[in-house]
Design a protein around this ligand. Structure first.
Ligand SMILES: [Zn+2]
Ligand SMILES: [Zn+2]
Length: 149
C-alpha cells in the first residue's frame, strides 16, 4: 500500500513526464517536504528542513524549485502566511480557495471551480487586472472549534 505522500509524489512524477518537464531530485525533495508537513511551510522552513546530503542547498535553489512547483500547480502559495502547501489535485490548473485556521495553522484547500469562475467574471467586468488571484479565509478549523467549547 502506498501512503498518501507516496501517491502524491508518484502523481507529480506522472504529471511532469506528461508535460515534458523535469521533477529533479531537488524539486522532488522540496515537494516532499511541503506535502509531508501538516501546515504551510515558509521558504525558510523548507530550506532548513532540506536533507543535507553533502551540503545544504543554497536559498536560490529552493526558491527556483518552489517557482517550478508553483508553475506546475503542485504547490500553492498562501499569500497571507508567505508559505506553501501541497496541492492534492494538480492535474488541472486552478486557483483554489484556502481555509486557514488561525489557531493551529492548518490549511485546507477547497476546489470550487464555480467560485473561481464567478470571481473571474466579476473581476473582468470591473476592468481590474488580477496578478495573483487569492481567496484565503481565516477562521477556526473544526478541531480547534471543538477545543474552545
Ligand atoms: Zn490545488
Ligand atoms: Zn485549527
Amino acid at each position: 500500500m502506498m501512503t498518501q505522500l507516496e501517491q502524491a509524489l508518484a502523481q507529480a512524477h506522472r504529471l511532469c513526464r506528461t508535460r515534458g518537464v523535469r521533477l529533479t531530485p531537488q524539486r522532488e525533495a522540496v515537494l516532499r517536504l511541503v506535502l509531508a508537513a501538516d501546515r504551510p511551510l515558509s521558504a525558510y522552513e523548507i530550506l532548513e528542513r532540506m536533507p543535507a546530503t553533502r551540503r545544504r542547498p543554497a536559498p536560490p535553489t529552493v526558491y527556483r524549485a518552489l517557482e517550478f512547483l508553483l508553475e506546475q500547480g503542485l504547490v500553492h502559495r498562501i499569500e497571507s502566511l508567505h508559505a506553501f502547501v501541497g496541492c492534492l489535485h494538480p492535474e488541472h490548473p486552478h486557483n483554489g480557495q484556502f481555509l486557514i485556521c488561525t489557531d493551529c495553522g492548518k490549511v485546507d484547500e477547497l476546489c470550487e471551480a464555480q467560485i473561481d469562475q464567478s470571481l473571474r467574471k466579476a473581476v473582468d467586468a470591473s476592468g481590474f487586472r488580477t496578478r495573483r488571484p487569492v481567496v484565503e479565509l481565516l477562521g477556526l478549523c473544526a478541531k480547534c472549534q471543538g477545543a474552545r467549547n
